[in-house]
Design a protein around this ligand. Structure first.
Ligand code: ZN
Length: 147
C-alpha cells in the first residue's frame, strides 16, 4: 500500500488529427458474438422446457373418477406437486426470455445492482443471473434477515 499521490500515469492524449469517424458497427453484433454460446444454450433449454410442458398438457395426469376420497386426495396432492414443478419451469422460461432480451438490448451480463460486468464463468454456470456474485451474496443475506 503506497501513499502515492504523484500522478504517474501519463496518458498521452491521442491527437485526433483525422476527422474521419471510424465506421460504427451495428450494436447488435458485439454482445451477440461474446455470448453466442450462452445464447445457444439458453435457446435450446427454453425449447426443451416448452416441449416438455406441451407434453404435460397434452397428456394430463390423474383420472376423473376416484372410488374413494383418500385416493382423490393423494391425486390432488400429486397434481399440486406437478403444478409446482410447472410453475418453477415457467419462472425459468421467463428468466431465459429475459436473459435473451437483455442480450438483444446489449445489457446482458451486467449486474443489476452494481452495474459491473458479471464474469463470464459465472454467466456460463448461471446464464439467467442478473447479479454478480458479490451482489448475489448480499441479496441472499438480506433475504435471510427479512425472513
Ligand atoms: Zn454486482
Amino acid at each position: 500500500m503506497k501513499a502515492d499521490s504523484s500522478p504517474k500515469r501519463i496518458s498521452p492524449t491521442p491527437s485526433v488529427a483525422k476527422s474521419v469517424t471510424p465506421k460504427r458497427k451495428t450494436r447488435a453484433s458485439s454482445q451477440g458474438k461474446k455470448y453466442a454460446a450462452i445464447r445457444r444454450n439458453l435457446e435450446r433449454q427454453r425449447k426443451t422446457m416448452l416441449e416438455e410442458a406441451g407434453e404435460g398438457l397434452a397428456n394430463p395426469k390423474g383420472q376423473e373418477a376416484f372410488p374413494d376420497v383418500s385416493d382423490q386426495a393423494s391425486a390432488e396432492a400429486e397434481q399440486n406437486f406437478s403444478m409446482r414443478i410447472r410453475e418453477r419451469e415457467q419462472r425459468l422460461v421467463k428468466k431465459i426470455d429475459e436473459a435473451l432480451e437483455r442480450m438483444d438490448q446489449n445489457i446482458y451480463g451486467i449486474c443489476e445492482r452494481c452495474e459491473e460486468e458479471i464474469p463470464y464463468p459465472r454467466l456460463k454456470a448461471r446464464p439467467v443471473t442478473t447479479l454478480c456474485i458479490n451482489c448475489k451474496t448480499l441479496e441472499e443475506q438480506e433475504e435471510k434477515i427479512r425472513r
